[in-house]
Design a protein around this ligand. Structure first.
Ligand code: FES
Ligand code: FES
Length: 162
């Protein structure tokens, strides 16, 4: 499942890195390609609720699992609070932004009000070549505020397997 829809790709793509299947085969270009060696985090997606580097994940590893990409975070016209926070305070070139957003979504799913130290720990494996780390940290705090201000029934929850 990709963003709630069942998808199939040719067997020949089973060993391809997931980032290319998402971007080129399924047209989900919100997933970025940066270093290609698992370092920068630009290609982050959620696989069964956990952040993974899609440049380092073979497509066959996602069979039977729930993939959420940047495109799958919003519910209709309603942006995910993390997307909303990054929209209010955008970064510079934004190439890294998807990776940071996916990291922040994973963090806030398990901890709605993380401490500054918890934010730094959760976000510190993603690079921003433009040096936007202060904005990134502020955006996670802002997303936390948005989520905390929402009634529980309205909170966006990313599905994950038990
Ligand atoms: S492109 Fe995957 S970690 Fe950099
Ligand atoms: S805003 Fe340019 S790489 Fe992060």
């Amino acid at each position: 499942m990709v963003n709630g829809k069942s998808q199939s790709v040719p067997d020949a793509q089973a060993l391809e890195p997931l980032v290319w299947v998402l971007r080129d085969t399924l047209g989900l270009a919100g997933t970025r390609y940066g270093c290609g060696i698992g370092v920068c985090g630009a290609c982050n997606i959620l696989l069964d609720g956990q952040v993974v580097r899609s440049c380092q994940t073979e497509t066959k590893a996602a069979v039977g699992k729930e993939i959420i990409t940047l495109e799958g975070l919003a519910k209709g016209q309603e942006l995910h609070p993390v997307q909303q926070a990054f929209l209010e305070n955008p970064l510079q070139c934004c190439w890294c932004m998807t990776g940071h957003i996916m990291n922040a979504v994973e963090l806030l799913e398990s901890n709605r009000q993380p401490s500054p130290e918890q934010i730094d720990t959760a976000m510190n494996d993603n690079y921003c070549r433009c040096g936007g780390y202060n904005s990134i940290r502020a955006n996670v705090v802002r997303a936390s505020e948005i989520i905390s201000s929402q009634p529980a029934a309205k909170r966006i929850v990313i599905r994950r397997k038990s």
